[in-house]
Design a protein around this ligand. Structure first.
Ligand code: NAD
Length: 366
């Protein structure tokens, strides 16, 4: 079990019958034992991690590649993971994947504005879809993706790693136990100092700036923890770097507040201008929690703040850990016909909030 805990108070102990939060199973997939074959679409940084995770799994396997560089990246990964050359597709030949019976699902690791097209094409080809966050660049696109998967009777899951991470699951369990009392407020942030000349810095491919890419983490987590949708927003965006050319198209930094119908408020920030470690603070009448390293691939760390019960627990594991959890979770959804707990609707709600935040900042995107 990848959870290291010291002095966990009685209220924080899971009931004996509780399902242990995600750990990669490394066991055969339910429903027949055959691993689910995934096609990785877009062979960039995140797909590389996902493919490494699948290589460690007994239930999820990379069986095809979709790339604009079949002779270089395609051949490299095919050799690495034992994929036949006939299962290397380009963006033009992708639809032929319908005939590849070894492939049951795709993993969409493309720039944000390409998620819609490849999710819909995958559903039309009869494949289930695990799509990276943000689900798309507008709520309208999300709706089209949900419809295509529903009409094709295919499952759609969004890659919200946090929902599968043991430490974040523990935070949710503590909140739901009532140990913090009624919640009052959240604070959080996430950001990094973005290198120039990448698709993230363009409206065309990114859809927006750091809010789309990294602000979405605390936004999504708070919605998930509260099981409530934010209804009021204030926001301010700013760009200080006018010399490098990085921010001609998207904001450098954006801070926002959101209020939920319950009255709970959140004050959050995100940036492409500084290496801002991800964190989330959760404040209730009876106590507060803090998650540091919150959105990194490794080591989310949950502690209690101030007095009261002492909590100190962190996720162990390699950088592939979250991706293996996700791949194996979706595999079991496919084998058992279960709707994933991070379905397309989860991405749609985030995009609706993102649209409202950009509107509040005076830079509407939809
Ligand atoms: P990346 O730039 O490393 O990879 C993008 C891939 O898309 C590359 O292989 C590139 O060749 C391909 N591509 C195809 N057409 C392209 C085009 N027109 N322009 C640019 N690239 C094109 O990006 P990444 O960091 O892997 O991000 C991919 C997706 O994964 C994004 O949606 C991002 O938000 C998401 N992501 C998720 C996490 C996570 O932790 N869940 C982390 C990073 C990125």
């Amino acid at each position: 079990m990848a959870l290291a805990a010291t002095r966990v108070p009685s209220f924080a102990q899971p009931p004996a019958s509780a399902e242990k939060p995600g750990s990669p199973t490394s066991e055969p997939a339910r429903g027949g034992g055959k691993p689910v074959g995934y096609a990785a679409i877009g062979l960039g940084a995140i797909s590389d991690l996902f493919m490494q995770a699948c290589a460690k799994s007994q239930t999820a396997k990379i069986g095809a590649l979709v790339t604009g560089h079949p002779e270089t990246k395609g051949k490299h990964y095919a050799e690495l993971y034992g994929i036949p050359e006939s299962s290397i597709y380009t963006y033009d030949t992708f639809d032929r994947i319908a005939d590849n019976k070894d492939i049951e699902a795709v993993y969409v690791g493309l720039p944000n504005s390409m998620h819609r097209e490849y999710t819909i094409r995958a559903a039309h080809a009869g494949k289930h879809v695990l799509c990276e966050k943000p689900m798309a660049i507008s709520s309208g696109e999300c709706e089209a993706m949900i419809s295509a998967c529903r009409n094709g009777n295919r499952l759609l899951m969004i890659g919200y790693r946090v929902h599968y991470d043991p430490t974040h699951l523990e935070a949710k369990r503590i909140i739901q136990s009532g140990a913090l009392g009624p919640l009052q407020a959240f604070e959080g942030a996430f950001g990094f100092n973005a290198a120039p000349n990448q698709w993230r810095l363009t409206r065309q491919y990114g859809g927006g700036g750091p809010l789309m890419d990294v602000g979405i983490y605390p936004l999504n987590e708070i919605r998930w923890l509260l099981e409530e949708e934010p209804s009021e927003f204030t926001a301010v965006s700013t760009t200080r770097d006018h010399s490098s050319g990085r921010f001609a198209d998207v904001e450098q930094t954006l801070n926002w507040t959101m209020k939920f119908p319950s009255g709970i408020v959140a004050a959050l920030g995100c940036t492409y201008g500084a290496d801002m470690p991800g964190f989330l603070r959760i404040h209730g009448d009876k106590g507060s929690l803090e998650i540091t390293n919150a959105y990194s691939y490794q080591g989310p760390h949950l502690v209690s703040l101030g007095g009261g019960a002492h909590i100190d627990t962190a996720t162990q594991g390699e950088a592939t850990f979250h991706f293996q959890l996700e791949a194996e979770y979706f595999t079991n959804c496919i084998r058992t016909g279960t709707v994933p707990k991070t379905p397309g609707e989860e991405g749609l709600h985030d995009l609706r909030a993102i649209e409202a935040i950009y509107k509040a900042a005076g830079t509407p995107i939809a």
